[in-house]
Each structure stands twice: as C-alpha cells, then as structure tokens.
Design a protein around this ligand. Structure first.
Ligand SMILES: Cc1ncc(COP(=O)(O)O)c(C=O)c1O
Length: 415
C-alpha cells in the first residue's frame, strides 16, 4: 500500500506495478535505489539544465537556509536573494526595464500571467478584454487557469466548468490566430498564450516565421503576447530565452524549471515595463495577488547560484551546439520500423515519435518502450501523442549522447 499519491499517475497501476525510486544524481545520470544507473533523457521534467550534483547550489541554499530560510514578501517586506534574483532575471529579459514577479513554479506563473493580463486591461479601462487565446497541443500547467488553457484535451477534461472565455487556435497558423481575434473582436481579447516550442504536447518547433507573425498580430490588435517559457527559458532553447533568440519582446513571459534547474521550486513572471506601468501608478493601489512563497529566499539563493553556473559555463551557448549534436545523433532512429519521425533541431528538445500504424495496432507500445528504455539504461517518458521525450541536461557530452541514443535504439529493437 502506498500513501504517496503521485502526480499524473494511475494509482491503481502503481499499487500493483510498483514505483521507480530515484535515489541520487551526478551530471546527466541518476541512480535508482537498487543502484542501477540511467542517463536522464528528460532532465527530470525538463528542468535540470545544469545537471545533478552541483554542490555550489546546495551550499548557497544551505547558507541561506541557516541565515533566514525565507520571509514573506507581502507588502513592503522583502529579502535580499529575492531582490537580487528579480534584478538578475530582469537583466536577462528581452525587454529592458522589465519587472519580475516571483512564484513557486510554472503553474503559479501561468495563473499569475492570466490574472495580470486581465487586471492590466481593467486598469486601462477596458474590462471587457477578458478572452484568452491558447493553441492546440498547449501545456500551461495544471492550476485551474492552466487547465483551462490546455491544448492537450485530456488534461482539461473531467473537472466540470473551468475558467471561461478561452478560445483555442491551431498551433501552427498565424492566420488562424488573426481570424479568432477578429471573430471575437480584438476589444474582447486579453492575451495570447504561446509556448515558443511546444513541449509536453509533443515537442513541436514553430514553423519558420510563425513566432514573429503571431507576435506582430498581437501588437497590431493590442492583444498581450504571453510567451510561456517555463521549458524554453534559461538555456534550453539555445539562448537565455526563446524570446531573446527570436527577438520576440513579449509583453509577459512565464518561467520556472531552469531558473533553479529544479534544485528548489521557483518560478517567475516577467512583465514588460508597459505592462507593469498601470500597476505601479500612484493611484492604482494594491494588486491583491501573490503567494506565501513568492520570492522564497532559499529558492532565490539557489536560483542565483544556478544562474552563476549557467553563466560561467556558457550553457545557453552550449545548448545551441547540443541542439545540433542531438539532432544528428537522433536522426538515424527515424529509420527504425517503429518510429514515424524524430522531431529535433530547435533547442535541446526532441521527440522520437512512434509510427501512427504501430500506435493504432498497439496503443501500449509507448509505455512498453519506456520500460524497455529503462532496461537499457535510459530514463525517459512517453508524451501523450506517443512520442518519447528527449530533453537532457544541457551539460551532456558526446559520450553520454552516444549512451542515450544506443539505449533508445536497443529499447526500440527489444519491444
Ligand atoms: C510550458 C509549460 N508551462 C507551464 C508548466 C507548469 O509548470 P509547473 O509544473 O512547474 O507548475 C509547464 C510544466 O511542464 C510547462 O511545460
């Protein structure tokens, strides 16, 4: 009998089938409690960008924990690591003068961005701008706002009424976004939520020019462009942000994961100065929003140490190289009879998509393949559309990349 209720899990299957207990990690590897070593194909859940075993992050956290674990940042209360982290992230942001609202993770960031966008329009005297536009395949976290924005249908189903005024468009067509805004009337639309590279929905890189076009449509219609960089932020897209790589200058950016590489939970919302401005005006007063752990001092200290590592080792630049190496290394897998295609080449983000006929004839293939990968020393997971997630730590070297591909290849041959 297990008391621990897992996230995204069929608990009956876990009670009967057991758990895989991950015990420790070093670099791009993790070990289970039986001492079996795995190459971590997914950087846990897309987050361990700097790899495991970074003592300096642990030491920074320890120093802060014993000095002051955290303190409320409500009202005029503050702590030094939170102030420094906001300044550091603001300095890396694509738009100069951005403001940074700290949260406990990606779902918090999405919830905050949703409320920030709607509140922004209220403050500007356009309260009817409440509509939120999302895309098919989108994953924006699992708070109620993020669930309502889900482009992965199964993630939204089964919970009764969610947040209203959400419209979904196709993932790859700027024309579709324009049409949706026109149909609703731009004066009704608050924001467009966009993962620069779709992650959990299956790893889909934007078609050439897509991001620039949707950014321009938002600018033209006044709709706030929210880049959900929870996965792509902090190096994974081959730059500090996907938005800096592609020159997007979003109105709002959501981030989490790579900000601490998962050493502690932390997220943030980066607001361009024009979005923050009405909130900071003399007569606006308090924005009634925030979390107990907004600006958590120890998480912020860990984030700062993580960013030190990223900067010193130029991991965003390294990611740009790994993006190519990963694409080249994975390419031969596309020839395998079970594989439909390999999506890769945009950031350290890839998916080995199983063939549609294989999936139709045996829907258990992805789950069996994940088990086979484990047997071959690769820890990965299946994304909903029958693809293996490949998003290793950004520090992966050639030998480890070889180990990853060999493991997957062996697993494909064995199922
Ligand atoms: C694009 C995106 N947005 C938001 C989230 C939610 O983040 P969290 O799970 O930290 O709440 C995720 C998580 O994977 C994500 O991939």
């Amino acid at each position: 009998m297990t008391t621990f209720w897992h996230a995204f899990a069929d608990m009956h299957a876990i009670e009967t089938g057991g758990e895989l207990v991950v015990d420790h990690g070093e670099g791009v590897h993790v070990w289970d409690e039986d001492g079996k070593r795995y190459v971590d194909a997914t950087a846990a859940l897309w987050y361990c960008n700097v790899g495991y075993g970074r003592e300096e992050i642990g030491e920074a956290a320890y120093r802060q924990l014993t000095k002051l674990p955290s303190y409320s940042t409500f009202g005029n209360l503050s702590n030094r690591p939170a102030i420094e982290l906001a300044e550091r992230v603001g300095g890396l942001a694509p738009v100069e003068g951005s403001k940074v609202f700290l949260t406990s993770g990606g779902s918090d960031s999405i919830d905050t961005a949703t409320k920030m966008a709607r509140r922004y329009w209220q403050l500007l005297g356009q309260p009817e701008r409440t509509m939120l536009v999302t895309r098919e395949h989108a994953y924006h976290g699992m708070h109620v706002a993020g669930t309502s924005l889900a482009g992965i249908e199964a993630n939204a189903a089964g919970h009764g009424p969610l947040v209203g005024d959400v419209v979904k468009v196709t993932w790859d067509s700027p024309a579709d976004l324009r049409e949706a805004i026109e149909r609703a009337g731009a004066e009704r639309v608050a924001a467009f939520f966009c993962e620069p590279v779709i992650g959990a929905g299956g790893v889909f890189a934007p078609p050439e020019g897509y991001l620039q076009e949707v950014r321009a449509i938002c600018r033209e219609t006044g709709v706030l462009f929210v880049a959900d960089e929870v996965i792509t932020g902090f190096g994974r897209a081959g730059d500090w942000f996907a938005s800096t790589r592609w020159g997007l200058e979003p109105d709002i950016i959501t981030c989490a994961k790579g900000i601490t590489s998962g050493y502690l939970p932390m997220g943030g919302v980066i607001a361009a100065p024009w979005v923050a401005e009405p909130f900071w005006k003399p007569d606006t007063g308090m924005w009634r929003h925030g979390y107990t752990y907004s600006g958590h001092a120890t998480a912020a200290a860990a984030a700062l140490a993580n960013l030190d590592v990223m900067e010193r080792e130029e991991l965003a630049k390294r990611a740009l190289q790994l993006e190519q190496d990963l694409a080249e290394a994975l390419a031969p897998l596309a020839e395998h009879e079970l594989v439909g295609e390999v999506r890769s080449g945009t950031g350290v983000l890839a998916a080995v998509q199983l063939d549609a006929d294989v999936l139709a004839s045996d829907p258990t293939t992805p789950a069996r393949l994940v088990v086979a990968c484990r047997e071959h020393g690769v820890l990965t997971r299946a994304l909903g559309i029958g693809a293996l997630q490949i998003s290793p730590p950004l520090v992966m070297n050639d030998v480890e990349l070889g180990e990853l591909v060999e493991g997957i290849s062996g697993a494909l041959n064995s199922v």
